[in-house]
Design a protein around this ligand. Sequence first.
Ligand code: ATP
Length: 266
Amino acid sequence: MLDVTGLQKIYPGQHGEVEALRDLTFHLGDGELACLVGPSGCGKTTLLKCIAGLMRPTSGSVVLAGTSVTGPPPDMAVVFQEYGRSLFPWLRVRQNVELPLKEKRLPAKRRRELSDEALDAVGLLKSADAYPWQLSGGMQQRVAIARAIAYEPRVLLMDEPFAAVDAQTRADLEDLIRTLWKRFSMTVLFVTHDIDEAVYLGQRVLVMSSSPTVIQDDVSIDLADERDQINTRGEHRFAELRTRIYAEIRNASQPGAAQPQEAGKE
Ligand SMILES: Nc1ncnc2c1ncn2[C@@H]1O[C@H](COP(=O)(O)OP(=O)(O)OP(=O)(O)O)[C@@H](O)[C@H]1O
């Protein structure tokens, strides 16, 4: 579904160039849920912008379902961390959710069906006529998720979407993402700082090295498909996976440690 090959991004700068991404290669299969973790500043946001067609890489390619990405692809939706800035405060919740559907030129009846289904899926149908600023932070982020889902994307990119909400809301939103992923059969790439979150959510965790960045490891998460915030996180295997990824990231932060590994290698 998504092929990222040899991706490199060099930013020009006043004090010289910054090579944010050196050589990134990975593939996501149709319907996979993969998490991407890495040290701060390793280029996670840069990578997502390149995948979303919001930024041109210096070299390398992003191919979505066989088509090269050169601008925002129609089959992709992105949820950012800053829900407060991604929703339009002068539009009601339903209008926010329907806005991209208007740009898709869907008829009003279909827009209404899709927004109802998406708002219902995130538990906010009753708040459809509220304004975003009347909702809590967690509810606003659910509106942003509903807007992405209503768009019926084949690929959903999420850039640290729960970093700004409290711990309990975050746990609820994590479970919501797994539920929506199964229900809507999307391919999901979820970027997070949080190693526990990556292990809890993902089928795979891609570990990025520090800058200049490569994929340091690609860890298959062999936990049961049915996950539970208390029991899954208490499992011995969960602790093993978390420890392994933590060590990878710590090693990745050591100068000269980054060596690309084969995708899928355990
Ligand atoms: N527009 C830009 N111009 C120059 N350098 C940039 C620009 N955007 C990002 N960088 C640099 O590229 C590198 C990667 O930045 P990026 O924001 O992608 O990392 P990140 O992993 O998302 O960071 P964080 O974990 O802190 O959110 C950093 O060294 C950053 O300073």
